[in-house]
Every structure is written in structure tokens, then in C-alpha cells.
Design a protein around this ligand. Structure first.
Ligand code: LLP
Length: 422
């Protein structure tokens, strides 16, 4: 569910599907991402139920969380994948997702990535520009195949969300501008190695207001009519992802049913097969980032800091988008305190919460940063020489490692000492 959480307090301790988080921290160390499998499955079911009346394919947007186990889970439930690079395509294939359920996005696909997608037999490639369309046609010709493509239209709708995650506006690099479309359609009529089968949009991420989708889809449907009029049989309409989740219980997300209520009737009329690309919705609330309180300190102004062993290298969203993530003490304490929860990285933006009231957990205690299933581990980095954490999947109370913690040896494995001249 958008606001689903499979993390609950049991006998004063935060648990995932009944598995106590302290024991997981003990076994696997910290920082640690802990994912509830049940949460993945139930979020997918909730999403599918909302759009059930529509002939559709849900393509999980792998960029939100690309762990092979997560992708495999959705693949086994029947989903396809939306991938944004050769690397994500590789991951989706490794996870066992059939290529005919994979769609390839990306505003800057390299020729080798286009060739890889064509060789893999993906369902379609999205086209983001006239030049890219020519490139796909040329590469398909070299490969001796006809590439199925969808045009990503920029509907020029500015969805209300953080400016860094709005994509459907003419200011942004994404999609094809409406002024370019007639040129694209006439070019399509002359190319022999591409076949237009779809139209696509994606207006941004974490969008609460259904009306932005309605406005953008209205524009996409205009293009749909235009394309049909020009003799193109459009099989697929892809309306992208961006469906919101609850990060802050005080600001609950709009239910997915509200989006379906508005969009399904508009889409049904077209008779096209619909593609949906949820990322965050399926994974955000499936995972917490567990970290240990290393030190507590305060300054002369009375300000208090909890210095923990995870940081912006494991969750960059507060630093990058001023995002709110709940921070809970794994063990409940009666005393509350207002503090900044900060990491060990040498940046002032390395914080999870500022001036937040939290349980006054002791040094050595554990904190859980909530809603870390989307755009957390995938955006992790080695900055400051940090090792990417382990990831654990909890399934019915049992826990299994799904990604090993990085080692110091791996940190230097790709550096090559240049030969020293004498
Ligand atoms: N489809 C396309 C073409 C996309 O670019 C994206 C996300 C999605 C689907 C999935 O969007 P979702 O359903 O997850 O909102 N790092 C940012 C989010 C960047 C989203 C990029 N594109 C964050 O942490 O909020």
C-alpha cells in the first residue's frame, strides 16, 4: 500500500513481519536495509486491484530499487520492468523478467545500449528526440531487426512536487515537445527499421494531485488521435509512474484508487493496452534503514545531536530533496528529546532529521529511518570511503541476506596503480 507498513512495535521493539530489528542488527551489522517481502507483494496487489478493469501491463520502474530479489518478486507476480540503462536492463534480465515485458526508457541512450535492448528482444524502446529516433532506426538496421518504439511526449504539465522530480514540463529535458511531433510523425513514415507502437508520458514523482495526470493524459490522447489520423496503429499507451506514498503520517498520500477512478475511464475508451510504471509506490514503505547511535552530543545553545553510523551515502533524499523520513527508535523509551539525527559524512547536509522529537535512545541504541525502499540503496555511494550496506529480506519472520555488505578490498578493486616512470 502507498502507506502500508509491515513494521510494528511488538513488546516495545520495532519488528518487521514479527522479526525483531535488534536481532537483525546483531546478526547482519549496521547500517542495514531491512525489506519486508510481504510489503512488496501487498503493494503490488493493491496497485493491480486499482487498475484491474483495464487491459494493462505494470512495468515496475527498476530505478527505485534494483536489488535482484525485489525485481524477481515483481516479475514472478506478473510485472514487467521499466529500465533506464543497459545496467538496469541487465539487472531485469538477471532477475528473470521476460524481455517481452521490458520497456526501455532514457533521455540519453548510448548506441551500445540501444543495440543491447534490441538484441534482448524488449517490448519497446521509448523515443525522446528526433535524433534518437534516427539512431534507433540505424542501429535496428545494423542488427537486422525492426525496433518497436513509443514516443515519449512532453505534455508540458508542471506537476506539483519537488522541482528535481518533475519531468513533464517544457523546461525539462524529458520527452518530445509538441512542436516537434509533426516532424517526428513524418520522419516515422520514411523509416524502415522502426515501428511506432506506443505513446508515453511520465510527469514526475510523488504527485499527490490526480488532476496533473488528467491534464497530461488529455494531451497524450490528443496525440493519440493525431497519430491514428496519420495512419499509425497505436497499441500501447504508457502513462508512466509517479504515484505517491506516505512518508509523513501527517501528510498521507492520495490513495491509488483515486488515480484509477480518474484515469481508467479515459484510458478504457481508447481500446489501447495501458502500461503503468510505478516505482516508489511498490517499494518505498517496504524497507527501513537501520543504524546505530554512535555518539550523542549537545552544544551551548542546548541543541542535541544523535550521530549515527548511516548517512547521506545510504539515504541522500533529505540532502537532495529536503525529504521527510520518519526516524524511530527501535526500542521504545519513555523520555522524548528534540535532536538532529546526523551521519558521519563530512557534509552539513548529512542528516536524516533536524529538530525532530524522537525517543531518547542511548548511545549504542538503534534507530530506524523509515520508508527507505525507494531511491535509497540505489542512490548509495562510496563517498568518504564508505562501504555500501548489506540488505536483508524478511519473509514471514525469517530473514535472508539479499545483498552482501561491501568490503574494504572492493573499495579499491577498480583503482589501477599507474606504472611509475623512473
Ligand atoms: N518512469 C519513468 C520514466 C521515470 O523516470 C520514473 C522515475 C518512474 C517511472 C518511476 O517513478 P515513481 O513511481 O518511483 O515515482 N530520486 C527521486 C525520484 C526520481 C524519479 C525518477 N524517475 C526521489 O528520491 O524522490
Amino acid at each position: 500500500m502507498s502507506d502500508r507498513t509491515d513494521f510494528h512495535f511488538e513488546a516495545g521493539e520495532l519488528s518487521c513481519e514479527g522479526a525483531g530489528l535488534s536481532a537483525l542488527a546483531e546478526e547482519f551489522g549496521t547500517p542495514l536495509y531491512v525489506t519486508s517481502r510481504r510489503s512488496l507483494v501487498e503493494s503490488y496487489r493493491e496497485f493491480e486491484a486499482a487498475f484491474a478493469s483495464l487491459p494493462h501491463l505494470t512495468c515496475y520502474s527498476v530505478k527505485a530499487n534494483f536489488n535482484l530479489n525485489v525485481i524477481r518478486e515483481f516479475g514472478e507476480l506478473g510485472a514487467g520492468c521499466d529500465v533506464n540503462s543497459g545496467g538496469e536492463l541487465y539487472r531485469a534480465l538477471q532477475a528473470g523478467v521476460p524481455s517481452e515485458r521490458i520497456i526501455v526508457a532514457g533521455v540519453g541512450k548510448r548506441p551500445d545500449e540501444i543495440a543491447y535492448a534490441l538484441k534482448s528482444g524488449v517490448l519497446l524502446l521509448k523515443v525522446e528526440s528526433l535524433s534518437e529516433l534516427r539512431a534507433i532506426d540505424r542501429i535496428a538496421g545494423e542488427e537486422g531487426v525492426v525496433a518497436s518504439v513509443a514516443l515519449r511526449v512532453n505534455p508540458n504539465v508542471t506537476a506539483e512536487t519537488h522541482p528535481y522530480i518533475t519531468t513533464g514540463d517544457s523546461k525539462e529535458k524529458f520527452g518530445i515537445d509538441e512542436a516537434e511531433l509533426p516532424g517526428i510523425f513524418s520522419l516515422l513514415g520514411t523509416l524502415h527499421n522502426v515501428r511506432l507502437i506506443g505513446l508515453d508520458m511520465h510527469i514526475g514523482s510523488q504527485i499527490f494531485d490526480t488532476e496533473f495526470y488528467v491534464a497530461a493524459l488529455t494531451k497524450l490522447l490528443d496525440v493519440f488521435s493525431y497519430a491514428r489520423g496519420a495512419g499509425f496503429a497505436i497499441e500501447y499507451l504508457d502513462i508512466g509512474g509517479g504515484f505517491p506514498v506516505t512518508y509523513d503520517p501527517m501528510k498521507p498520500a492520495t490513495a491509488i484508487e483515486r488515480f484509477a477512478e480518474k484515469l481508467v475511464p479515459m484510458l478504457k475508451e481508447t481500446g489501447a493496452k495501458v502500461i503503468l510504471e510505478p516505482g516508489r509506490f511498490l517499494v518505498a514503505n517496504s524497507t527501513v534503514l537501520l543504524s546505530k547511535i554512535l555518539y550523542k552530543k549537545s552544544n551551548h545553545t542546548g541543541k542535541k545531536f544523535f550521530v549515527v553510523d548511516a548517512g547521506m551515502t545510504e539515504l541522500i533524499r533529505p540532502a537532495l530533496y529536503q525529504s521527510h523520513h520518519e526516524v524511530l527508535s527501535v526500542r521504545q523509551h519513555d523520555q522524548r528529546v528534540v535532536a538532529d539525527v546526523v551521519g558521519p559524512v563530512c557534509e552539513s547536509s548529512d542528516f536524516f532529521a533536524r529538530g525532530r522529537e524522537i525517543d531518547d535512545a542511548p548511545e549504542g541504541g538503534l534507530l530506524a529511518v523509515m520508508s527507505c525502499g525507494a531511491y535509497a540503496a540505489v542512490m548509495a555511494s562510496n563517498y568518504n570511503g564508505r562501504l555500501r550496506p548489506a540488505e536483508v529480506m524478511v519473509d514471514g519472520g525469517e530473514s535472508r541476506l539479499m545483498r552482501r555488505r561491501e568490503t574494504l578490498e572492493q573499495l579499491t578493486a577498480h583503482d589501477v596503480f599507474t606504472p611509475r616512470s623512473l
